[in-house]
Write a protein that binds this ligand. Structure first.
Ligand SMILES: NC(=O)c1ccc[n+]([C@@H]2O[C@H](COP(=O)([O-])OP(=O)(O)OC[C@H]3O[C@@H](n4cnc5c(N)ncnc54)[C@H](O)[C@@H]3O)[C@@H](O)[C@H]2O)c1
Length: 345
């Protein structure tokens, strides 16, 4: 297993990449451990879980809410978990976000670690310490930043992931390549067959590269006051599209990245050849789906986004494959671009 360390003020998080999640027991304390998972993961992997109490939630985004946190906290109390307790998340982004938040607030904080099981959570959600739940239709509005002690990204777990979930995670990996790793972009471009067939060594290498980049960004700017904002490439429009459609997170982000790419081209930041490569890559993996959202709906949704600061937004542009820049721009400028883009397509 490869190991990447995230050192942030007051905490240290180890990310292990490669096979062998079943040996997670060696990283756990001898008592007070509870597993938080979802019903799919429990069905697929439950027989290999360490012998500790298991709390399982209904799979999917709908479980990321405060009432579920309350129910889980109740069960921790019932199980007698005190301040020495340890919460182990085994699952995708929903389970890690939920369990990380639970561990942050239960008894004002108990220890936690993740076995990250989906491609999206391995390359994005489980690294960086952001956790939280949704409130009504607004995503991730309640939560904190707190690093888990460890994250295990076992790429062998990705073999059981559905094609739709796998591709959703691939979109976030392509995002990493666009904003920070031109070599990873080349690798994805040249490895269509291996990616579709989920070649183990290839996946391990690509997950490693993605985590390494995100870990470096988080180490430098854990609280998202500057550099970390680049991780939101494609997310301003992506979140709006996600709220308005049934798209999975990665597909919404892919459409958001299409818009951010054309917007970067429109502002003269990105050259045409790079823009074509990005769009072609998203298309090649079938990540761009049709949606019908008017510019007035987009305005309402973008304004609603929690990353809005006053009447402007930190928008992430690409200024070449492997690099990103953040500019504070006004919402009318964003909407004007969206309107022009939609009129053309
Ligand atoms: N905290 C962050 O920094 C961050 C970053 C990006 C996304 N997120 C969050 O992550 C969530 C999306 O993550 P996700 O796509 O992993 O969703 P998810 O956890 O709902 O997993 C998707 C589906 O795949 C199943 N699954 C997971 N691993 C599997 C495996 N190995 N085999 C078979 N099935 C498996 C799950 O049961 C679920 O049905 C969103 O809530 C998003 O907001 C958080």
């Amino acid at each position: 297993m490869e190991k990447i360390i995230i050192n942030t003020p007051g905490s240290r998080s180890e990310i292990h990449i490669g096979a062998g999640w079943e040996s997670v027991g060696t990283l756990l304390p001898g008592s007070g451990v509870v597993i938080v998972t979802d019903d799919n993961i429990k069905r697929l992997y439950g027989d290999k879980f360490p012998d500790v109490p298991v709390l399982s939630v209904v799979p999917g985004e709908d479980s990321k809410k405060l009432t579920v946190i309350e129910q889980l906290a109740d069960k921790l109390l019932e199980a007698g978990i005190d301040r020495n307790g340890f919460i182990l998340a085994v699952g995708g982004g929903v389970v890690c976000d939920l369990a990380g938040f639970l561990a942050s607030v239960y008894l004002r904080g108990v220890r936690c670690g993740y076995v990250s099981s989906s491609l999206l959570s391995q390359v994005d959600a489980s690294t960086g310490g952001k956790n939280g739940v949704n409130l009504g239709g607004t995503k991730n509005i309640i939560g904190i930043i707190r690093q888990p002690e460890f994250v295990i990204c076992d790429t062998a777990m990705l073999f059981t992931l559905s094609e739709e979930e796998y591709l959703s995670g691939l979109a976030e990996m392509i995002k990493t390549a666009i904003i920070g790793d031109a070599e990873l972009f080349d690798l994805i471009e040249n490895s269509f067959k291996g990616i579709k067939e989920r070649d183990y060594d290839l996946l391990t290498d690509m997950v490693y590269r993605s985590v390494k980049f995100k870990a470096a960004v988080v180490t430098e700017d854990e609280r998202e006051t500057g550099l970390r904002r680049i991780l939101n490439f494609g997310h301003t429009f992506g979140h709006a599209i996600e709220m308005q459609t049934q798209f999975k997170h990665g597909f919404a982000v892919a459409s958001g990245m299409e818009l951010a790419t054309y917007f970067s081209l429109d502002r003269g930041l990105l050259d045409e050849n790079s823009a074509v490569r990005i769009i072609n890559l998203l298309k090649k993996f079938g990540l761009l789906r049709d949606y019908d959202i008017s510019h007035t709906q987009i305005e309402r949704l973008v304004t609603h986004d929690k990353k809005k600061a006053g009447s402007s937004i930190h928008f992430v542009f690409s200024d070449g494959i492997g690099n990103a820049v953040v500019e504070k721009i006004s919402i009318p400028e964003i909407i004007d671009f969206y309107k022009r883009f939609k009129d053309k397509t």
